[in-house]
Design a protein around this ligand. Structure first.
Ligand code: BYC
Length: 338
Protein backbone atom coordinates (compact mmCIF):
# COMPACT_ATOMS: atom_id res chain seq x y z
CA UNK A 1 0.00 0.00 0.00
CA UNK A 2 1.15 3.52 -0.74
CA UNK A 3 1.64 5.76 2.30
CA UNK A 4 2.45 9.45 2.56
CA UNK A 5 5.67 8.56 4.32
CA UNK A 6 6.78 6.69 1.25
CA UNK A 7 8.84 8.56 -1.24
CA UNK A 8 6.94 8.03 -4.49
CA UNK A 9 10.03 8.89 -6.51
CA UNK A 10 12.39 6.50 -4.85
CA UNK A 11 12.33 3.58 -2.51
CA UNK A 12 10.81 2.96 0.88
CA UNK A 13 12.86 2.56 4.08
CA UNK A 14 13.50 -1.10 3.24
CA UNK A 15 14.88 -0.12 -0.16
CA UNK A 16 11.89 -1.45 -2.07
CA UNK A 17 10.12 0.49 -4.80
CA UNK A 18 6.82 1.75 -3.38
CA UNK A 19 3.67 -0.13 -4.21
CA UNK A 20 0.97 2.33 -5.20
CA UNK A 21 -2.69 1.43 -4.78
CA UNK A 22 -5.04 1.95 -7.72
CA UNK A 23 -6.65 4.81 -5.80
CA UNK A 24 -3.33 6.57 -5.27
CA UNK A 25 -2.22 5.95 -8.83
CA UNK A 26 -5.40 7.76 -9.86
CA UNK A 27 -4.68 10.64 -7.43
CA UNK A 28 -1.17 10.84 -8.82
CA UNK A 29 -2.48 11.04 -12.39
CA UNK A 30 -4.95 13.77 -11.37
CA UNK A 31 -2.13 15.66 -9.64
CA UNK A 32 0.11 15.43 -12.73
CA UNK A 33 -2.78 16.62 -14.91
CA UNK A 34 -3.30 19.65 -12.64
CA UNK A 35 0.41 20.49 -12.87
CA UNK A 36 0.31 20.09 -16.67
CA UNK A 37 -2.68 22.43 -16.83
CA UNK A 38 -0.68 25.06 -14.91
CA UNK A 39 -2.91 24.89 -11.83
CA UNK A 40 -1.61 25.93 -8.43
CA UNK A 41 -1.55 23.47 -5.53
CA UNK A 42 -2.92 24.67 -2.17
CA UNK A 43 -1.97 23.24 1.27
CA UNK A 44 -5.11 21.12 1.68
CA UNK A 45 -4.92 19.60 -1.80
CA UNK A 46 -3.64 16.06 -2.20
CA UNK A 47 0.02 15.98 -3.21
CA UNK A 48 2.61 13.21 -3.61
CA UNK A 49 4.86 12.71 -0.58
CA UNK A 50 7.95 13.51 -2.62
CA UNK A 51 6.45 16.81 -3.84
CA UNK A 52 5.80 17.79 -0.22
CA UNK A 53 9.28 16.70 0.86
CA UNK A 54 10.99 18.59 -1.98
CA UNK A 55 9.08 21.75 -1.12
CA UNK A 56 9.89 21.50 2.59
CA UNK A 57 13.56 21.04 1.68
CA UNK A 58 13.71 23.92 -0.77
CA UNK A 59 11.51 26.43 1.07
CA UNK A 60 13.12 25.80 4.48
CA UNK A 61 16.62 26.08 2.98
CA UNK A 62 15.55 29.26 1.26
CA UNK A 63 14.25 30.62 4.60
CA UNK A 64 17.51 29.65 6.33
CA UNK A 65 19.44 31.48 3.58
CA UNK A 66 17.48 34.65 4.28
CA UNK A 67 18.21 34.70 7.99
CA UNK A 68 21.84 33.59 7.65
CA UNK A 69 22.08 36.19 4.86
CA UNK A 70 21.42 38.91 7.43
CA UNK A 71 24.78 38.20 9.09
CA UNK A 72 27.40 39.26 6.51
CA UNK A 73 25.69 42.62 5.92
CA UNK A 74 24.62 43.11 9.53
CA UNK A 75 28.34 43.18 10.21
CA UNK A 76 28.48 46.61 8.51
CA UNK A 77 25.49 48.39 10.07
CA UNK A 78 27.58 50.09 12.75
CA UNK A 79 30.23 51.09 10.20
CA UNK A 80 28.10 52.39 7.30
CA UNK A 81 29.74 55.58 6.01
CA UNK A 82 26.69 57.89 6.22
CA UNK A 83 23.33 58.04 8.00
CA UNK A 84 21.59 57.48 4.65
CA UNK A 85 23.59 54.31 3.94
CA UNK A 86 23.03 53.10 7.50
CA UNK A 87 19.23 53.59 7.21
CA UNK A 88 19.17 51.76 3.86
CA UNK A 89 21.24 48.87 5.20
CA UNK A 90 19.14 48.56 8.35
CA UNK A 91 15.97 48.41 6.24
CA UNK A 92 17.51 45.82 3.90
CA UNK A 93 18.62 43.51 6.69
CA UNK A 94 15.19 43.85 8.29
CA UNK A 95 13.57 42.94 4.95
CA UNK A 96 15.63 39.75 4.94
CA UNK A 97 14.28 38.79 8.36
CA UNK A 98 10.81 39.36 6.88
CA UNK A 99 11.60 37.12 3.91
CA UNK A 100 12.65 34.40 6.34
CA UNK A 101 9.31 34.76 8.13
CA UNK A 102 7.19 34.54 4.97
CA UNK A 103 9.16 31.50 3.85
CA UNK A 104 9.03 29.66 7.19
CA UNK A 105 5.27 30.33 7.19
CA UNK A 106 4.94 28.95 3.64
CA UNK A 107 6.85 25.81 4.67
CA UNK A 108 4.66 25.40 7.78
CA UNK A 109 1.61 25.02 5.50
CA UNK A 110 3.17 21.72 4.43
CA UNK A 111 2.93 20.33 7.97
CA UNK A 112 6.48 20.92 9.23
CA UNK A 113 7.01 22.92 12.43
CA UNK A 114 9.25 25.95 12.61
CA UNK A 115 11.11 24.39 15.54
CA UNK A 116 11.90 21.33 13.43
CA UNK A 117 13.18 23.49 10.56
CA UNK A 118 15.37 25.58 12.85
CA UNK A 119 16.66 22.48 14.55
CA UNK A 120 17.73 21.15 11.14
CA UNK A 121 19.59 24.43 10.50
CA UNK A 122 21.29 24.45 13.90
CA UNK A 123 22.44 20.84 13.70
CA UNK A 124 23.75 21.25 10.16
CA UNK A 125 21.19 18.81 8.72
CA UNK A 126 19.71 21.51 6.45
CA UNK A 127 21.65 23.60 3.98
CA UNK A 128 21.56 27.34 3.32
CA UNK A 129 23.01 29.26 0.40
CA UNK A 130 26.76 28.80 -0.07
CA UNK A 131 27.18 32.52 -0.73
CA UNK A 132 26.74 33.51 2.92
CA UNK A 133 29.84 31.62 3.98
CA UNK A 134 32.12 34.30 2.54
CA UNK A 135 33.33 37.26 4.62
CA UNK A 136 32.43 40.94 4.09
CA UNK A 137 35.85 42.58 4.30
CA UNK A 138 35.11 46.14 3.18
CA UNK A 139 32.21 48.57 2.75
CA UNK A 140 32.27 47.84 -0.99
CA UNK A 141 31.27 44.24 -0.17
CA UNK A 142 27.88 45.57 0.99
CA UNK A 143 27.32 47.22 -2.41
CA UNK A 144 28.54 44.13 -4.28
CA UNK A 145 26.23 41.88 -2.25
CA UNK A 146 23.35 44.12 -3.35
CA UNK A 147 24.41 44.17 -6.98
CA UNK A 148 25.62 40.59 -7.55
CA UNK A 149 24.16 38.48 -4.72
CA UNK A 150 20.71 40.07 -4.73
CA UNK A 151 20.93 40.24 -8.53
CA UNK A 152 21.53 36.48 -8.67
CA UNK A 153 18.80 35.94 -6.08
CA UNK A 154 16.25 37.83 -8.21
CA UNK A 155 17.23 35.93 -11.35
CA UNK A 156 16.63 32.67 -9.46
CA UNK A 157 13.55 33.80 -7.55
CA UNK A 158 11.38 35.59 -10.12
CA UNK A 159 10.48 32.24 -11.75
CA UNK A 160 9.53 30.91 -8.27
CA UNK A 161 6.68 33.48 -8.26
CA UNK A 162 5.10 30.93 -10.65
CA UNK A 163 6.01 27.88 -8.54
CA UNK A 164 3.19 25.32 -8.61
CA UNK A 165 2.88 25.42 -4.80
CA UNK A 166 0.72 28.50 -4.24
CA UNK A 167 1.87 29.64 -0.75
CA UNK A 168 5.52 29.64 -1.93
CA UNK A 169 4.61 31.49 -5.14
CA UNK A 170 2.62 34.11 -3.19
CA UNK A 171 5.45 34.67 -0.69
CA UNK A 172 7.92 35.12 -3.52
CA UNK A 173 6.00 38.01 -5.11
CA UNK A 174 6.72 40.31 -2.19
CA UNK A 175 10.23 38.91 -1.68
CA UNK A 176 11.11 39.68 -5.31
CA UNK A 177 9.81 43.25 -5.13
CA UNK A 178 12.00 43.88 -2.10
CA UNK A 179 15.00 42.07 -3.60
CA UNK A 180 14.75 44.26 -6.65
CA UNK A 181 15.07 47.36 -4.43
CA UNK A 182 18.04 45.70 -2.68
CA UNK A 183 19.77 45.08 -5.98
CA UNK A 184 19.32 48.68 -7.09
CA UNK A 185 20.57 50.17 -3.84
CA UNK A 186 23.72 48.02 -4.13
CA UNK A 187 24.30 49.09 -7.70
CA UNK A 188 23.72 52.76 -6.85
CA UNK A 189 26.13 52.57 -3.92
CA UNK A 190 28.83 51.09 -6.19
CA UNK A 191 28.12 53.61 -8.95
CA UNK A 192 28.60 56.45 -6.46
CA UNK A 193 31.99 55.06 -5.43
CA UNK A 194 33.03 54.40 -9.03
CA UNK A 195 32.02 57.84 -10.35
CA UNK A 196 32.62 60.19 -7.40
CA UNK A 197 35.04 58.12 -5.33
CA UNK A 198 38.80 58.26 -4.84
CA UNK A 199 41.14 55.84 -6.64
CA UNK A 200 41.34 53.89 -3.36
CA UNK A 201 37.53 53.57 -3.26
CA UNK A 202 37.42 52.40 -6.88
CA UNK A 203 40.10 49.83 -6.10
CA UNK A 204 38.06 48.70 -3.09
CA UNK A 205 35.02 48.11 -5.36
CA UNK A 206 37.12 46.15 -7.87
CA UNK A 207 38.56 44.00 -5.08
CA UNK A 208 35.07 43.22 -3.81
CA UNK A 209 33.87 42.31 -7.33
CA UNK A 210 36.91 40.02 -7.75
CA UNK A 211 36.04 38.15 -4.54
CA UNK A 212 32.24 37.86 -5.02
CA UNK A 213 31.94 37.12 -8.74
CA UNK A 214 32.61 33.37 -8.73
CA UNK A 215 30.70 32.61 -5.50
CA UNK A 216 27.71 34.51 -7.03
CA UNK A 217 27.74 32.17 -10.04
CA UNK A 218 27.72 29.21 -7.63
CA UNK A 219 24.48 30.43 -6.03
CA UNK A 220 22.52 28.90 -8.94
CA UNK A 221 23.55 25.42 -7.84
CA UNK A 222 25.55 22.67 -9.55
CA UNK A 223 25.57 22.25 -13.34
CA UNK A 224 22.37 20.69 -14.71
CA UNK A 225 24.02 17.34 -15.36
CA UNK A 226 25.06 17.18 -11.68
CA UNK A 227 21.82 18.49 -10.17
CA UNK A 228 19.96 15.50 -8.72
CA UNK A 229 16.78 17.43 -7.90
CA UNK A 230 16.28 19.50 -11.06
CA UNK A 231 14.49 17.07 -13.39
CA UNK A 232 11.70 16.21 -10.94
CA UNK A 233 11.42 19.77 -9.61
CA UNK A 234 10.99 21.06 -13.15
CA UNK A 235 8.48 18.34 -13.98
CA UNK A 236 6.40 19.47 -11.00
CA UNK A 237 6.74 23.19 -11.70
CA UNK A 238 8.65 23.83 -8.49
CA UNK A 239 11.57 25.08 -10.56
CA UNK A 240 10.70 26.79 -13.85
CA UNK A 241 14.24 27.10 -15.23
CA UNK A 242 17.35 24.99 -14.86
CA UNK A 243 20.39 26.04 -12.80
CA UNK A 244 22.52 26.58 -15.93
CA UNK A 245 19.84 28.57 -17.77
CA UNK A 246 19.52 31.03 -14.89
CA UNK A 247 23.29 31.26 -14.40
CA UNK A 248 23.68 32.17 -18.09
CA UNK A 249 20.95 34.84 -17.88
CA UNK A 250 22.69 36.30 -14.86
CA UNK A 251 26.10 36.43 -16.59
CA UNK A 252 24.57 38.14 -19.64
CA UNK A 253 22.91 40.80 -17.47
CA UNK A 254 25.94 41.33 -15.21
CA UNK A 255 28.33 41.98 -18.12
CA UNK A 256 26.26 44.98 -19.25
CA UNK A 257 25.97 46.29 -15.70
CA UNK A 258 29.73 45.89 -15.08
CA UNK A 259 30.36 48.05 -18.15
CA UNK A 260 28.12 50.81 -16.78
CA UNK A 261 29.92 50.63 -13.42
CA UNK A 262 33.37 50.55 -15.01
CA UNK A 263 34.50 47.40 -13.19
CA UNK A 264 36.14 44.34 -14.71
CA UNK A 265 34.69 40.89 -14.13
CA UNK A 266 37.50 38.54 -13.05
CA UNK A 267 37.19 36.02 -15.88
CA UNK A 268 39.60 36.12 -18.84
CA UNK A 269 37.39 33.64 -20.72
CA UNK A 270 34.33 35.92 -20.58
CA UNK A 271 33.33 36.95 -24.11
CA UNK A 272 30.29 37.42 -26.31
CA UNK A 273 29.44 34.38 -28.44
CA UNK A 274 27.37 35.64 -31.38
CA UNK A 275 26.46 32.11 -32.47
CA UNK A 276 24.93 31.29 -29.08
CA UNK A 277 23.61 34.80 -28.45
CA UNK A 278 25.13 34.61 -24.96
CA UNK A 279 28.40 35.28 -23.16
CA UNK A 280 30.78 32.37 -22.78
CA UNK A 281 32.43 32.23 -19.39
CA UNK A 282 35.24 30.35 -17.67
CA UNK A 283 35.08 27.14 -15.65
CA UNK A 284 33.58 27.36 -12.18
CA UNK A 285 35.56 25.74 -9.37
CA UNK A 286 32.95 23.19 -8.31
CA UNK A 287 35.30 21.65 -5.75
CA UNK A 288 35.19 24.96 -3.87
CA UNK A 289 31.38 24.98 -4.11
CA UNK A 290 31.02 21.47 -2.65
CA UNK A 291 33.55 22.25 0.07
CA UNK A 292 31.53 25.31 1.13
CA UNK A 293 28.21 23.45 0.88
CA UNK A 294 29.76 20.65 2.94
CA UNK A 295 30.47 23.04 5.84
CA UNK A 296 34.10 23.95 5.17
CA UNK A 297 33.87 27.45 3.68
CA UNK A 298 35.60 30.54 5.09
CA UNK A 299 32.74 31.46 7.48
CA UNK A 300 30.52 28.34 7.86
CA UNK A 301 31.33 27.76 11.52
CA UNK A 302 31.01 31.43 12.43
CA UNK A 303 27.61 31.73 10.70
CA UNK A 304 26.16 28.66 12.35
CA UNK A 305 27.52 29.70 15.75
CA UNK A 306 25.85 33.12 15.38
CA UNK A 307 22.47 31.51 14.53
CA UNK A 308 22.64 29.03 17.41
CA UNK A 309 23.64 31.81 19.81
CA UNK A 310 20.72 33.99 18.61
CA UNK A 311 18.34 31.05 19.17
CA UNK A 312 19.66 30.46 22.68
CA UNK A 313 19.66 34.16 23.58
CA UNK A 314 16.07 34.44 22.36
CA UNK A 315 14.76 31.60 24.56
CA UNK A 316 13.40 33.98 27.21
CA UNK A 317 11.49 35.96 24.55
CA UNK A 318 9.83 32.78 23.22
CA UNK A 319 9.04 31.65 26.79
CA UNK A 320 7.56 35.04 27.67
CA UNK A 321 5.46 35.17 24.47
CA UNK A 322 4.15 31.65 25.12
CA UNK A 323 3.33 32.42 28.78
CA UNK A 324 1.49 35.57 27.67
CA UNK A 325 -0.45 33.68 24.97
CA UNK A 326 -1.45 30.99 27.49
CA UNK A 327 -2.64 33.66 29.93
CA UNK A 328 -4.68 35.34 27.19
CA UNK A 329 -6.20 31.96 26.23
CA UNK A 330 -7.10 31.22 29.86
CA UNK A 331 -8.68 34.67 30.27
CA UNK A 332 -10.63 34.17 27.01
CA UNK A 333 -11.88 30.74 28.10
CA UNK A 334 -12.88 32.09 31.53
CA UNK A 335 -14.81 34.91 29.85
CA UNK A 336 -16.57 32.41 27.56
CA UNK A 337 -17.51 30.19 30.52
CA UNK A 338 -18.90 33.10 32.57
N1 BYC B 1 24.19 26.66 -1.70
O1 BYC B 1 19.84 19.34 -7.21
P1 BYC B 1 20.22 20.75 -6.91
C1 BYC B 1 19.19 35.10 -1.10
C2 BYC B 1 22.37 22.03 -2.87
S1 BYC B 1 18.70 33.65 -0.52
C3 BYC B 1 23.98 25.60 -0.90
O2 BYC B 1 20.44 21.63 -8.07
P2 BYC B 1 17.84 22.22 -6.17
C4 BYC B 1 19.46 36.25 -0.26
C5 BYC B 1 20.90 21.67 -3.02
O3 BYC B 1 20.16 22.16 -1.90
C6 BYC B 1 19.48 32.52 -1.64
N2 BYC B 1 23.46 24.43 -1.34
O4 BYC B 1 19.15 21.36 -5.89
C7 BYC B 1 19.18 36.23 1.09
C8 BYC B 1 20.99 20.17 -3.09
O5 BYC B 1 21.20 19.61 -1.79
P3 BYC B 1 20.00 18.89 -0.96
C9 BYC B 1 18.85 31.20 -1.56
C10 BYC B 1 23.13 24.37 -2.65
O6 BYC B 1 17.18 22.44 -4.88
C11 BYC B 1 19.53 37.33 1.87
C12 BYC B 1 22.29 19.93 -3.84
O7 BYC B 1 23.06 21.11 -3.68
N3 BYC B 1 17.90 31.03 -2.65
O8 BYC B 1 19.44 35.08 -2.23
O9 BYC B 1 17.02 21.61 -7.28
C13 BYC B 1 20.19 38.38 1.31
C14 BYC B 1 22.07 19.64 -5.30
O10 BYC B 1 21.52 20.77 -5.99
C15 BYC B 1 23.30 25.43 -3.52
C16 BYC B 1 17.07 29.98 -2.66
O11 BYC B 1 17.08 29.17 -1.76
C17 BYC B 1 23.85 26.63 -3.01
N4 BYC B 1 24.08 27.71 -3.78
O12 BYC B 1 18.39 23.60 -6.74
C18 BYC B 1 20.44 38.40 -0.04
C19 BYC B 1 16.12 29.91 -3.83
N5 BYC B 1 22.88 25.06 -4.75
O13 BYC B 1 19.01 19.98 -0.59
C20 BYC B 1 20.10 37.34 -0.85
C21 BYC B 1 15.29 28.66 -3.82
C22 BYC B 1 22.47 23.80 -4.64
O14 BYC B 1 19.37 17.90 -1.92
N6 BYC B 1 16.07 27.49 -4.10
N7 BYC B 1 22.64 23.37 -3.39
O15 BYC B 1 20.68 18.29 0.23
C23 BYC B 1 16.36 27.07 -5.35
O16 BYC B 1 16.04 27.71 -6.34
C24 BYC B 1 17.06 25.75 -5.48
O17 BYC B 1 16.97 25.06 -4.26
C25 BYC B 1 18.56 25.88 -5.91
C26 BYC B 1 19.16 24.46 -5.92
C27 BYC B 1 18.65 26.45 -7.33
C28 BYC B 1 19.34 26.75 -4.95
Amino acid sequence: MYTQAMDTMGKDAAGKAPVISAEDAERMARFDARIDAGEYIEPKDWMPAHYRKTLVRQISQHAHSEIVGMLPEGNWITRAPTLKRKAILLAKVQDEAGHGLYLYSAAETLGVSRDAMLDALHTGAAKYSSIFNYPTLSWADVGVIGWLVDGAAIMNQVPICRCSYAPYARAMIRVCREESFHQRQGFESLLTMMTDGTPAQRAMVQDAVDRWWWPSLMMFGPPDDQSPNSAQSMRWGIKRNSNDELRQKFVDAAVEQANVLGVALPDPALRWNAARGHHDFGAIDWSEFWRVVGGDGPCNRERLRARVQAWEDGAWVRDAALAYARRQDAAHEAAQAA
